[in-house]
Structures are given as structure tokens and as C-alpha cells.
Design a protein. Sequence first.
Length: 229
Amino acid sequence: MSKDFRPWKIDDAQLLPPSVQDYVPKAHLSRLIVALVREALDLSGIVGSYRSALGQPPFDPRMMTALLLHAYASGIYSSRRIAKAAVERADFMMIVAGDPPDFRTISEFRRRHLKALAALFVQVLQLAEKAGLVKLGHVALDGTKIKANASKHKAMSYERMKKREAELAAEVGRWFEAAEAADAQEDKLYGDRRGDELPDWVALHRQRFAHCSPGYNRPWSGECGCPHR
């Protein structure tokens, strides 16, 4: 192999185990959303709905909330696409910390906590707007801080605040409508499958290739059906 190429260290082990956050830029949207969920939101209503039970514990509601919020703010509504991103995209992988939920878990979490999530997502948009953000992912914000300090403007500010809250609530409502529609359409197409599974012949081909590829520690017998000897 030419020495002019940058080494492809795909099989090299790292000396120190990396943090999942190391793969995401410092100013990335996913970091902001994680910070808001962890530091600014009260998820006691969702957390309190769970009871101790036998079996596998549920995913952390903070993680699930951050995952959904980041997905919707990024314009991804399908639970299957969110689950796929959680194993393929660094920003989503950072949020789930290498422990991705499946698409059914994602859709069931949304449906179970729809009302609480709607209020939390509106709160996040309000926080982002008050911080002066013009956009939160794909969501356009007006970037105007609510001014209610001056007494002569209090009534106007309150009216503006309530109007804007209703606008943000409508935006969040559109997220959930898009998510429900996407899941319903894909459930109809794929049933209980993800929809991106490889065909059986691909898995069989890979198995056959492994049996006759260099390094496989038994001689080729001609039984695998590969075209070369």
C-alpha cells in the first residue's frame, strides 16, 4: 500500500476510552439540547409516572426527552429514522450514550408522555428564544427577548408572551402530528420490522464469503458455492 495515504486505523484500539461527547463539536445543537434537558427542565411529571418493577429498567426519561427533542428540532419525526440515527449519527449517538432505544420504545415514549413532552418542548423553545437564538435546529425563532420590566409595557408584554406561547405550542403540535403520521405510515409498510433489514441472501452471501476469504483457517472445500477457488 502506498505510503502517500493517510493511515486508515479502523482496527486500532484507542489507548484511552473516549467519551461519546468527544465526537460532537462544542457548539453543536445536540449539546445545547442535552444541557437544557439536564439543567433547565423539570421532568418530575414523567419520572413520577414510572414504578419499580421486575425486568429490564426503562430508559432514562431525560435521555429519551433529549433524543426526541433533538430529532424533531432537526426535522426527523419517524421513530424508525430516530432509532437509525442513534446508531449511525454521532450527535444522536452522543445523546443515547451508546445505548440506543429501538423504534417501538421511542414511539411508545412519545405517546405515553405526549402532554408532558408538549409542555417541556414549548419551554425549551421559549428558553432558546429568550436567549436570543434565531433558530433552534430547523425551528425558526424570532430572537426577540420578552421585555416585561417596565411597568407601562407589562400588559403589552404579557399579551405578546401569551401569543408567542400559543405559536410555539402550535409548532410543537405540528412536530407530534408529523411524528404520528410518519410512524403510522411506516407501521403500515413494515409492521413490526425496522424496514431497513438486509435481505436473507445478503446475510448468506456474507457467510459464504467469510468461509472462503483469506485468513479463514480451513481450506476451501467447494461447498460454499463461491465463484472462485
